[in-house]
Ligand binder design. Structure first.
Ligand SMILES: Cc1ncc(COP(=O)(O)O)c(C=O)c1O
Length: 372
């Protein structure tokens, strides 16, 4: 069934679950004796939270972070009951009962969330929660002032069973940025208010800042999915996705002919063009217009003109004609031209390339659960 669907798919996204598990094991080994959780929010960065989380649980991961309550509820039936699921955005007003019902651990970010959770915990018995302190990002988490005001009372109350204290680094992908050390110092001082509570500061890039940033456990997302946690240096992570788009039509064009909307590209040589069934509606970003690349038989194929909603055009003059034929595929992401390369061409980050890939890209899993 899955392969029938792949056969008629316009674009196929192959996801290597054993590669994701291998990336998790590599990070887990790197941070020992600290623990290693996994961030699977946004449908595991677009790769499929159920499949990815099952593979990671099988690899030994016992703590998963999602962003929203709905993501947490969906994951509860997928990972073993012994796994903890933490919800980074915390409870919206009125949703605390759902957290209890589905055994989700909220990350409490601001005084109102804390008050709501303390109140329900006092009624329902001891309930777990994670406390988030903002050490320099001004996004989510108690400000340092709020934390200092509330910490003593929170550490002494009995209703909530604090599972951990977390914070998030703003500039971990820039190792020399002074905010890294400042956040670490602030976080270490916050931890002293909650003696003995497991602490977590680092996500993917923070892991590579060194063991001083590992505390008790780390929370990688991007690196699991092959995104380079240390931009500008060789990527230690395995590439885990391949994306290919279906060729719909091949045509010969003359010098001077224009291509696509706005006639924005004009051929400066006669050539062969292939129209491929992927576009910005599939997350093949419009900013790849004039800049993106496809690959066929090891040859780079320039993307010509503008990306449209469902289609892009590649110059396949350099490709073997028997390969560049309707029904065949052009490779859009592979081991050599990975998410970070596509991101550089699109003027964005690998995170956006992955999470933008739409549902029309047929997901096919290989490794732990299925074979591609
Ligand atoms: C609080 C928190 N922890 C961990 C992560 C995972 O970060 P990364 O994907 O860079 O590893 C995120 C991602 O946005 C986050 O917001």
């Amino acid at each position: 069934m899955a392969s029938d669907l792949a056969e008629r798919a316009s674009a196929v996204l192959e996801i290597d679950l054993s590669g994701i598990a291998a990336n998790w094991r590599l990070l887990a080994a790197l941070v020992k004796p600290a623990g290693c959780a996994a961030v699977v929010k946004a449908d595991a960065y677009g790769l499929g939270a159920p499949q990815v989380s099952a593979a990671l649980a099988a690899a030994g991961c016992g703590l998963f972070f999602v962003a929203t309550l709905d993501e947490g509820i969906a994951l509860r039936d997928v990972v073993p009951a012994s796994c903890e699921i933490a919800v980074l955005n915390g409870p919206l007003p009125g949703s605390t009962n759902e957290f209890v019902l589905h055994r989700l651990v909220p990350v409490l970010n601001e005084p109102g969330q804390i008050a709501d959770w303390v109140e329900i915990a006092a009624r329902r018995g001891r309930l777990s929660a994670i406390l988030h302190v903002d050490t320099g990002m001004a996004r989510l988490g108690l400000t340092m002032q709020e934390f200092e005001r509330l910490a003593e009372g929170l550490s002494q109350q009995n209703a909530v069973r604090w599972r951990s204290l977390i914070s998030h680094l703003a500039c971990a992908d820039q190792p020399a940025h002074p905010l890294n050390d400042l956040q670490r110092t602030r976080f270490a001082s916050a931890c002293r208010h909650f003696g003995g509570l497991p602490a977590s500061l680092a996500a993917s890039s923070g892991i590579f800042l060194g063991c001083g940033f590992h505390f008790d456990f780390v929370r990688p997302g991007a690196a699991l999915y092959g995104i380079n946690p240390q931009p500008g240096t060789p990527n230690p992570m395995r590439q885990v996705v391949r994306l290919k788009g279906r060729i719909l039509q091949v045509r010969e064009v003359d010098r001077g002919e224009s291509v696509g909307y706005g006639a924005a590209h004009v051929m400066d040589h006669p050539g062969r063009l292939a129209t491929v069934a992927i576009g910005y509606a599939d997350g093949w970003l419009r900013s790849l217009s004039h800049r993106g690349s496809g690959w066929l038989g090891g040859k780079r194929l320039p993307l010509l003109g503008r990306v449209s909603m469902d289609l892009v055009v590649f110059d396949v003059s350099a490709a073997e004609p028997s390969l560049a034929r309707p029904g065949g595929f052009i490779e859009l992401l592979d081991d050599d031209y990975g998410v970070d390369s596509a991101a550089a061409d699109a003027g964005t980050i690998g995170y956006e390339i992955l999470t933008a890939l739409g549902r029309r890209c047929r997901r096919v899993y290989c490794g732990v659960l299925n074979q591609c």
